[in-house]
Design a protein around this ligand. Structure first.
Ligand SMILES: [Zn+2]
Length: 73
């Protein structure tokens, strides 16, 4: 499914959103956020974010490493 080793380390959820807003599709379009899901992998937690290009509809998935700030309760 997803490659956790490629997860992008972030310090906050806002940083995830900033990365999505700055990311460009190969068509030059901007992405919008779709579903967000919390994943557990061993003892670590990750945010999976589905994004969709507003221009061409290309769908992508980003995995964020949220272990620097996320504490499961
Ligand atoms: Zn696109």
């Amino acid at each position: 499914m997803s490659d956790f080793k490629k997860a992008i380390k972030v310090a906050s959820v806002l940083e995830e959103y900033r990365i999505v807003s700055e990311k460009k599709c190969f068509c030059g379009g901007k992405f919008e956020r779709k579903e967000q899901a919390l994943l557990q992998h061993g003892t670590k937690y990750y945010d999976k974010l589905r994004i969709l290009c507003k221009k061409c509809g290309f769908a992508d998935t980003l995995i964020f490493d949220i272990n620097s700030f996320f504490k499961f309760k």
